[in-house]
Write a protein that binds this ligand. Structure first.
Ligand code: FAD
Length: 386
């Protein structure tokens, strides 16, 4: 593994860093407070090609890979996690299933518009009765052989990017049959936005990620063509495990960005804030706290880059992705708490970016597999679980 970025990746990093500081930072606080989706910022991210980063040029992508996506996510999340998760979910959960498992026709239909950011994709796995236990899916899809259509019924909850004005599709997991032992056969099916019977609820009121879109979705006799099946029937479980394995690397990069953003804000504040006649950063207690924060952000970066390098090289990466996700979400929460402490009372005021980071950090220990689920995966990879 090469720990240094190539000149191309360094250029990408610098471009996204500038965008985050010049375009996102001045505006995102207001969107966040209004719980409003930042369409103009997302449109600009589309124009920059960020939604197409890991996809081939023939489908409108940038011809990069998952490592490049991680670099962009880290730089965005250094400044704001709502826009970062919009990109992460749009790419890893929205477009990636089509890229990895779609037919040629599905790729040509959806990927160019997903890559340009003209439309956003979403992935509907979680249900009100179960997120970690995805095998407990209750949503059903029955094939109506007279019309050659899937008929979908069920409810999905907490789905990112699923109800914006530019959401184009949601890939949902649904039970399409039973195995001989009674276990469900789960399949993934593309449901275009606006399909009759597909209802999108109002946005949730969330603790954090307030400028991102998260909704509950209902499916009542929703009919889509049989050709909207993604990959093979009954392979949906294996498909989303792959999607989530990869997604963990992206979330780890995002968590690293948040952890680093906490360092950036704390260093600046510790130099400018005075107490007892000198900058608070002159106190070793503050210096050591920030040094520990930097250690955690740095180590977290090494962890996601290691997992991404393995993925890009075609090597096994499951354990490393789980390690990176577990570690980065833990240190994101640590750093957000410590950065708030460094800021004193101002750290509790929403106008300060660290307050936003504090509110955004906790979900990283929950989304795309909780910390407990990551530990289960790591233990399994260590041979501790049969
Ligand atoms: C803002 C937001 C955005 C999201 N976006 C999406 C999305 O785009 N698509 C999507 O499909 N989902 C999405 N989710 C859902 C998310 O992935 C789930 O919330 C998460 O996987 C946990 O599932 P759950 O909420 O059902 O918790 P549960 O599975 O009910 O878990 C509750 C608690 O029990 C623990 N637990 C469960 N089983 C075990 C066990 N065997 N051993 C030890 N502990 C256990 C969990 O770790 C957790 O602490 C999103 C969630 C949020 C909050």
């Amino acid at each position: 593994m090469d720990h240094k970025l190539s000149p191309e990746l360094e250029e990408l990093r610098r471009t996204v860093e500038e965008f985050a500081h010049d375009v996102v930072a001045p505006k995102i606080g207001d969107f966040y407070e209004r719980h409003e989706f930042p369409y103009e910022i997302v449109r600009e991210m589309g124009r920059m090609g960020l939604f197409g980063l890991p996809f081939p040029e023939e489908y409108g992508g940038m011809g990069g890979d998952y490592f490049a996506l991680g670099v962009a996510l880290e730089e965005l999340a250094r400044v704001d996690s709502s826009v970062a998760i919009t990109l992460e979910a749009g790419v890893s959960l929205g477009a990636m299933p089509v890229h990895l498992f779609g037919t040629e026709e599905q790729k040509r239909t959806w990927l160019p518009r997903l890559c340009s950011g003209e439309i956003l994709g979403a992935f509907g796995l979680t249900e009100p009765d179960g997120g970690s236990d995805a095998g407990a899916t209750r949503t059903t899809a029955r094939l109506d052989e007279t019309t050659n259509e899937w008929v979908i019924n069920g409810t999905k909850c907490f789905i990112t990017n699923s109800g914006t004005d530019i959401t184009g599709l949601v890939t949902v997991t649904a039970v399409t049959g039973r195995q001989p032992d009674g276990r469900p056969l789960i399949s993934a099916i593309i449901v275009p936005s606006g399909t009759p019977g597909f209802t999108v609820a109002a946005p949730y009121s969330k603790v954090g990620w307030s400028a991102s879109d998260t909704r509950e979705l209902s499916f009542s006799d929703v009919r889509v063509p049989a050709a909207n099946l993604l990959g093979e029937q009954g392979r949906g479980y294996a498909q989303f495990l792959r999607i989530l394995d990869e997604g963990r690397i992206a979330i780890a990069a995002l968590g690293t960005g948040l952890a680093q953003g906490c360092v950036d804000e704390s260093v600046a504040y510790a130099k400018e804030r005075h107490a007892f006649g000198r900058p608070i950063g002159a106190n070793q207690a503050i210096q050591f706290k920030i040094a520990d924060m930097e250690m955690k952000a740095h180590t977290s970066r090494l962890a996601w880059r290691d997992a991404a390098s393995r993925l890009v090289a075609g090597e096994p990466f499951k354990k490393e992705a789980a390690l990176a996700k577990l570690y980065s979400s833990t240190v994101a929460v640590d750093n957000a708490r410590d950065a708030t402490q460094v800021h004193g009372g101002y750290g509790f005021m929403n106008e300060y970016p660290v307050a936003r980071m504090w509110r955004d950090a906790k979900i990283l220990e929950i989304g795309e597999g909780t910390s407990e689920v990551q530990r289960m995966l790591i233990a399994r990879e260590l041979g501790l679980v049969s």
